[in-house]
Write a protein that binds this ligand. Structure first.
Ligand code: NAD
Ligand code: GLY
Length: 361
């Protein structure tokens, strides 16, 4: 098992990565100072696959475990679902020393973290992520939250987990399209921080796509190390943490313009990453060869890179201004300068962005 420490003073915690480690969480939690009454939050897709592997050893370790089921889907990532979780926790009398365990993808993780941060003014929680996206991104860093009718992730808290427990084997049942969407975020870490990871992705594509445990563990570990490093330097996103949003300014605008139905988040981020690299090229901040390398790796993993035909670019531009990453309407872009290095760029003229979006690569 590999271990990474997220250094955040008294809120520091470990990320454990291994194959077939779900069963070991019960034993691990014995060393935490917890009430015996805990809850596993999951959904009807993930729980039948992995619930028992987690629950039985937790019970053997002396915990009384409540399984809280929430519906599967981003459309349920809202305050109504959080309310249902509170109801179950209160009925079952979970106390201030109880913990929640999030077993599932980023939706389960974000909602569970939010519920944990507000139940009895905040209790402990563990992330047991089962999608690649959740393993490399959403389970680490303490951003929790739910969606509002007027915007995604608009209601939330910063609340760090006490432990992140990543069983790489859970990826074996993940639909391929979800796996690829998670890989977009791994490519992102290569682009923003680590040419070595980018090169590894180029060389080991077959192994990764065939779910070779060693290759998967390597890319998950490296991604978590990068995220842990960034978060420990800037937990509340007052500066550096924004680099994790590379590809996201345009990506979010594409998701909004297509009603969140056409693309998975990672797919929209891949398009965003390439178009933001082109924008960087238009500003003479990056060489064309580097931009082509970014496009080549996105294409190699079968992810999209082109702006979808018929998309309303004006609508995209106005939604970028409403995004919570923009302040007072000023757009922020995370622009690559070369593979492994980005800059945070503010105040690019909307007309210039429009031209860069339409230009040929
Ligand atoms: P998801 O949670 O919707 O999971 C995708 C689908 O895969 C779901 O149907 C899920 O039930 C299913 N699934 C999960 N694990 C499985 C497995 N092992 N086998 C088979 N099916 C499985 O989507 P996601 O991509 O994991 O997460 C997206 C969410 O994460 C979004 O709400 C996004 O806002 C959030 N997010 C949060 C952060 C953060 O820092 N908190 C960062 C990035 C994304
Ligand atoms: N997903 C970006 C972040 O956690 O900051």
């Amino acid at each position: 098992m590999e271990k990474i420490r997220v250094e955040l003073g008294e809120r520091s915690y470990d990320i454990a990565i291994g194959t077939g480690i779900l069963e070991g969480l019960g034993e691990k939690l014995r060393s935490f100072d917890l009430s015996p009454r805990i809850a596993v939050v999951s959904n009807p897709t993930v729980f039948p696959l992995y619930g028992e592997r987690l629950l039985a050893p937790l019970k053997e370790s002396g915990f009384e475990v409540l399984a809280v089921m929430i519906p599967d889907g981003e459309e349920y990532k809202n305050l109504d679902t959080v309310e249902q979780i509170y109801d179950d926790l209160l009925k079952y009398k979970l106390d201030r020393k109880s913990a929640l365990i999030a077993l599932g993808g980023g939706v389960v993780g974000d909602i569970t973290g939010f519920a944990a941060s507000t139940y009895m003014r905040g209790i402990a929680y563990v992330q047991a992520p089962t999608t690649l996206l959740a393993q490399v991104d959403s389970s680490v860093g303490g951003k929790t939250g739910v969606d509002h009718e007027l915007g995604k992730n608009m209601i939330g808290t910063f609340w760090q987990p006490g432990l992140v427990w990543i069983d790489v084997e859970t990826l074996k049942t993940l639909p391929k399209r979800e796996l690829l969407a998670g890989l977009a975020e791994v490519i992102k870490y290569g682009v923003i921080y680590d040419k070595g990871l980018f090169d590894f992705l180029e060389v080991n594509k077959e192994k990764i796509l065939h779910l070779d445990n060693k290759a998967l563990t390597h890319i998950i570990r490296r991604s978590c190390e990068i995220k842990a490093d960034v978060v420990s330097k800037d937990e509340r996103e007052s500066g550096l943490r924004a680099i994790l949003n590379c590809g996201h300014t345009i990506g979010h605008a594409i998701e909004t313009a297509t009603g969140y139905t056409r693309f998975l988040h990672g797919e929209a981020v891949s398009i965003g990453m390439y178009l933001e690299a082109r924008l960087s090229q238009a500003l003479n901040l990056i060489e064309r060869e580097e931009v082509l390398k970014i496009k080549a790796i996105i294409d190699a993993y079968g992810l999209p890179s082109a702006l979808p035909a018929g998309i309303d670019v004006d609508y995209m531009l106005s939604s970028m201004q409403l995004d919570k990453k923009s302040v007072a309407g000023e757009l922020t872009f995370i622009l690559p300068q070369k593979i492994g290095s980005v800059i945070i760029h503010k105040g690019i003229n909307a007309e210039f962005i429009r031209q860069a979006l339409y230009s040929e690569g």
